[in-house]
Design a protein around this ligand. Structure first.
Ligand SMILES: Cc1cc2nc3c(=O)[nH]c(=O)nc-3n(C[C@H](O)[C@H](O)[C@H](O)COP(=O)(O)OP(=O)(O)OC[C@H]3O[C@@H](n4cnc5c(N)ncnc54)[C@H](O)[C@@H]3O)c2cc1C
Length: 541
């Protein structure tokens, strides 16, 4: 509904973001009969899969575990062509879902939200976009993504470069980027850098990879899905989702039930070899639980993977540079790769160790390190994201009494359940900080968060409750539980987007407690318990 002369549209609910989360949230809100919209800076739906169009962008989750589970019709009608689909296919899938649900006309694109203010008198949020338009809503739902605030490196001279340069997130959407025969630099060797490097190495003329810290990578083993497998997948979705519901990370891959210490050396190696040769994240998760908890066992597994790297890279000195020395396997997000290590056996690929010879500046012609000046036609910044809180920090969000969310989260996120924040009534965070999303296969966790939030809003509506706010003590307890989850977990030892370190963001130089690490089943149980107790820990009014 438009309000008279000004440009504020008044609704029940506004969702910021139209990725996997925003699409499903909008669908659920509309199903409740609410007047809702989803706003996105992008020119279409898809979020991650709209933005990241760099060569080689694809799933590390099995495609059929990534699709939504809520609609039997969508499951039946959509056929994934590969076990790990590439970005174009995933974007097509999300477009298909949006049309299938008939919600495209409730989405608004090309609108970047710059601020959101809560008014305590009316219990409403007013959201303002960069073009000046405003939306007013009782419920504000953040579906802004954990990996959607791209960060460029703080290197002098970036604007001086005369060739082409972009962050992988901002890969051009309207044209092909020429790669054949060109001199290309990739800065960064996280999951995205790995996918780009392995994909463009055989295409470009020369490729220089600037690596500050290597990651532990392991083979993806992707393959097409043939007709018979397709039939089997579609016939077993119930079992697939039942299995995912059992595992810690909502993947098909769960930990090995045996203890590392109770099996023989041969049995250990047999499991590790099998996992290394199998598709997907089994190499990370289908392991003895001690690999995640016991530094000595983790070191043994890391050495096993290091030897794989040594066996795949011809030059022993390069192989050593590609083996992480500052963290153990799995303490950071493990990039899955397809012939990544073999790229370094090519004559046209060079690894530049930016920890030994740091980049000094970007020059008009290329990159100057402490040792050498390189010339490039294209610089690709695979330098990651201001994870979890970045997209919230980039919006001026002010809650009750004008408190800024950015200030409250200065030293890291503080939430109740990863879904709500004390002082910010009627704001729901979806698949955001301190939820179980990033420590799992995303979509099942997204469905958990969105489903729980939709049920909560339904409850508020049915009980004519206008205001919901997390209690401070509930929030303190939850945040303490999140912190406890990091203690003793090897993830806390690594400087990664799981722990909020990012040298390209001010103040992100210490551990931030970003994720719920207790596993998806425990997270679901906690949400269900809170709901069953009449939304314990919330003030409703
Ligand atoms: C390259 C890459 C590969 C990945 N692979 C996997 C995988 O294999 N398996 C897996 O489980 N997860 C993977 N992920 C994580 C992925 O982000 C999630 O799976 C999922 O797509 C998150 O969906 P979302 O809707 O929560 O967030 P997003 O997809 O990030 O969508 C958020 C949307 O919010 C919009 N937005 C943010 N701020 C504003 C604003 N101020 N105004 C307007 N719009 C705004 C953004 O434009 C964006 O479109 C991957 C991530 C990346 C980057």
């Amino acid at each position: 509904m438009e309000t008279g002369s000004n440009t504020t549209t008044v609704r029940d609910a506004v969702v910021i973001g139209a990725g996997v989360t925003g699409i499903y949230m909008l669908h659920r809100l509309l199903a409740l009969g609410l007047d809702a919209t989803a706003l996105d800076e992008a020119a279409g739906p898809g979020g991650t899969w709209y933005w990241n169009r760099y060569p080689g962008a694809r799933f590390d989750s099995e495609s059929y575990t990534y699709g939504y589970s809520f609609s039997k019709e969508i499951l039946e009608e959509w056929s994934w062509s590969e076990h790990f689909a590439g970005q174009p296919e995933t974007l097509r899938y999300l477009e298909f879902v949006v049309d299938k649900l008939g919600i495209r006309d409730r989405m608004q694109f090309g609108c970047k939200v710059k601020s959101a203010r809560f008014d305590g008198a009316s219990n409403r949020w007013t959201v303002e976009m960069e073009d000046g338009r405003r939306e007013s809503a009782r419920y504000l739902l953040g579906a802004v993504g954990a990996l959607s605030a791209a960060t460029l490196p703080r290197i002098e001279g970036r604007d001086d470069f005369e060739g082409e340069a972009f962050h992988t997130y901002d890969w051009p959407k309207d044209r092909e980027v020429e790669l054949a025969g060109r001199r290309v630099a990739v800065i960064g060797t996280g999951a995205t850098g790995v996918q780009v490097i392995q994909t463009i190495a055989p295409i470009v003329g020369e490729l220089a990879v600037f690596q500050r810290r290597p990651n532990w990578c392991a083979p993806l083993h992707n393959s097409p899905i043939d007709a018979e497998t397709q039939k089997r997948i579609k016939g077993s979705y119930d079992q697939i989702f039942a299995r995912m519901a059992e595992t810690h990370g909502s993947f098909l891959h769960g930990t090995d039930p045996r203890s590392y210490h109770e099996v023989s050396e041969e049995e250990r190696l047999a499991l590790w070899e099998k996992n290394y040769a199998s598709p997907g994240f089994g190499v990370w998760f289908s392991n003895f639980v001690e690999v995640f908890l016991d530094p000595e066992v983790n070191a043994a597994y890391s050495e096993f993977i290091a030897n794989k790297i040594r066996s795949r890279v011809h030059d022993p000195a390069i192989a050593e540079k590609l083996i992480p020395k500052d963290h153990g396997f799995g303490n950071q997000r493990v990039p899955l790769e397809s012939h990544y290590y073999e790229a370094y056996n090519r004559d046209n690929v060079r690894l530049v160790d930016a920890s030994e010879t740091p980049i000094l500046r970007i020059t008009p012609k290329g990159i100057q390190t402490t040792e050498e000046e390189f010339e490039f036609d294209l610089i690709i910044y695979a330098t990651g994201f201001d994870s979890f809180t970045g997209s919230y920090d980039r919006i001026d969000i002010r809650g009750a009494g004008g408190q800024k969310l950015r200030d409250k989260w200065k030293d890291g996120p503080i939430t109740y359940l990863g879904t709500n924040v004390s002082g910010f009534p009627n704001l729901f965070l979806l698949a955001g900080p301190q939820s179980a999303s990033a420590s799992s296969n995303y979509p099942p966790s997204i469905e958990t968060c969105v489903g729980w939030t939709a049920d909560f809003i339904d409850y508020l509506e049915r009980n004519a409750l206008q205001r919901v706010e997390a209690r401070l003590e509930a929030e303190e307890q939850w945040t303490a539980e999140i912190k406890a989850g990091y203690e003793g977990n090897m993830i806390a030892r690594a400087k990664s987007w799981f722990t909020g370190y990012n040298s390209n963001v001010d103040g992100h130089d210490k551990l931030r407690h970003m994720m719920y690490l207790g596993g998806s089943p425990a997270y679901r149980a906690k949400l269900a318990e809170v709901a069953s107790k009449g939304y314990e820990g919330f003030d409703l009014g």
